[in-house]
Design a protein around this ligand. Structure first.
Ligand SMILES: C[S@@+](CC[C@H](N)C(=O)[O-])C[C@H]1O[C@@H](n2cnc3c(N)ncnc32)[C@H](O)[C@@H]1O
Length: 201
């Protein structure tokens, strides 16, 4: 993640790691790129466990389904978040991100990108196994086409795809689409209800 996300481009900008758990990724970014303002955002029950947050990281609590709780920022980073959720819930999370981001804001998704049918290679095995695991827990892995469709529905386009060399973690850099309304829905509408684990299962 440190190598491929080009953090130096975000000097002076605020980056929020949505679902950042205990802030380890933002801690590593803050250490190597101290000019980036690093925020790690997670559920209160997670952030409240933290006695000593990583140096240079602001820990924030909230619910990614509720846009009003995500700190306003220039960049949202999400690693292994959207693959935990079905398309409807992922759309809601992306819409929350849209609302929290500045006009020129970007989202960096770090998740697997499945090969298209007919183009599967041995190196793709880990992401295919992960897809089966996600099916059991209510999420899914996605091909590039599936990612394109998902993010467009929430008002984004994939501006860049970066291969990291790890089958379970490629990077997709999203930018906001020009139109503030997409598919007849106002974008950035805060969504307040988080689906329960029971609904997910
Ligand atoms: C699979 S972990 C990924 C953690 C981290 N991004 C990583 O890659 O190591 C999912 C994270 O999402 C957080 N999470 C789940 N639901 C959330 C919500 N509604 N709002 C904010 N964070 C949430 C979990 O607490 C957990 O830290």
């Amino acid at each position: 993640m440190l190598e491929h996300a080009e953090w130096e481009k975000f000097a002076g900008k605020t980056v929020v790691d949505v679902g950042g758990n205990l802030g380890d990724i933002m801690g590593a970014v803050a250490e190597k790129f101290p000019e980036v303002k690093c925020v790690s955002f997670d559920l209160p029950e997670v952030t409240e466990k933290m006695e000593n947050p990583p140096a240079g990281v602001q820990m924030e609590k909230g619910d990614m389904f509720d846009a009003s709780t995500i700190p306003t920022c220039d960049v949202i980073f999400m690693k292994h978040i959207l693959h935990d959720w079905n398309d409807d819930d992922s759309d809601r999370i992306l819409r929350s991100c849209y609302a929290a981001l500045s006009a020129e804001g970007k989202v960096i998704i770090a998740d697997p990108i499945l090969p298209e049918a007919g183009h599967i290679k041995t190196k793709d095995a880990p992401s295919l196994y992960l897809d089966i695991l996600m099916l059991v827990t209510g999420g899914k892995e996605r091909t590039r086409k599936m990612w394109d469709e998902l993010v467009a529905k929430a008002g984004f386009k994939v501006a860049e795809e970066k291969q990291t060399g790890h089958a379970c973690c490629q990077l997709l850099v999203l930018e906001k689409l020009d139109s503030p309304v997409h598919n007849g829905h106002a974008l950035g509408t805060p969504v307040r209800e988080s689906p329960s684990l029971k609904q997910q299962l």
